[in-house]
Design a protein around this ligand. Structure first.
Ligand SMILES: [Zn+2]
Length: 279
């Protein structure tokens, strides 16, 4: 059996796997970026070997230029002698086939994708949690002034919670965020529920020969009844009836019940606690 949390994570991972660039899934996209990273490093190593950089220095240099191979001085000078090179991206001058200008380093794409994908997962999970916690909609706000028409169009109230899975994803760079909006408890609904319960209780008490003075006020939901064996105290009994009447008129349910010391074999005069039901 899959637990709720595990199911969540499995669903999230399945969704993540679909995320790639240009209609590719995540794995294929990552493979492409890693392949490009390898070709970037190939260009750097070829250029450094050509200019006689020692191996120990080459490692240090490569670490420094890991995300900017095509600004490395050795690589720039290699571009001018590209006919001497077999390394693909020296031959291409650092430009991906079909692209205009220097292409991103593969390693930059890998780290960007890791960052953006984890942010997307975070937003996605947040949306699922908002939905599950009963939000009826969400408010989206800009967290930056970065110029972005797409994020501008998404700001404001989204009354349909389903949208959170299909709406354009808030760009991490734009720092947009979402605030869940919860419905206020509908008091007329809870009032109707209470009335319905009172009415049912009233019908039951009417049929019950153990109760007398059963009354229900459909106007305010007030309900009163008195158990035939309810023991009105000689001194305070009148007050008890008065209080019952006031409560009833205010729309409460006041039932004067069987008193425990009225029960046979129960000789606990202190047991007064259950004699009155007031709601
Ligand atoms: Zn944006």
């Amino acid at each position: 059996m899959i637990s709720h949390a595990t199911g969540h994570i499995a669903a999230l991972i399945a969704w993540l796997a679909t995320l790639g660039r240009s209609n590719r899934n995540l794995q294929d996209t990552l493979d492409g970026y890693l392949y490009k990273t390898m070709k970037d490093f190939e260009a750097a190593i070829a250029a450094m070997r050509f200019t006689g950089v020692r191996q120990a220095d080459a490692v240090t240099k490569l670490k420094t230029y890991m995300h900017s191979v095509y600004t490395m001085p050795e690589v720039l000078s290699a571009f001018r002698r590209r006919q001497n090179f077999k390394a693909t991206y020296i031959q291409l001058g650092g430009v991906q086939p079909g692209a205009v200008g220097l292409s991103n380093n593969g390693s930059t794409n890998v780290t960007d994708m890791a960052r953006i994908t984890s942010q997307m997962a975070w937003m996605r999970e947040q949306g699922v949690q908002m939905k599950e916690s009963g939000a009826s909609g969400y408010y989206q706000l800009r967290g930056s002034t970065f110029n972005c028409d797409l994020c501008d169009d998404e700001t404001g109230f989204h009354p349909n919670m389903e949208e959170i899975e299909t709406a354009p994803y808030p760009h991490p760079h734009c720092k947009c965020y979402r605030v869940p909006i919860y419905p206020v408890e509908d008091s007329s609904i809870s009032e109707n529920t209470t009335r319905q319960k009172r009415r049912n209780e009233y019908e039951k008490l009417l049929q019950d020969p153990n109760y007398k003075d059963v009354e229900y006020n459909p106007g305010n939901g007030g309900l009163k009844a008195t158990h035939v064996k309810h023991n009105f105290d000689k001194k305070t009994g009148k007050n008890e009836e008065k209080v019952q009447q006031i409560g009833y008129e205010k729309g409460h349910e006041v039932i004067l019940d069987l008193e425990r010391h009225d029960l046979q074999n129960v000789k606990t005069p202190k047991a007064h606690g259950t004699e009155r039901r007031w709601k």
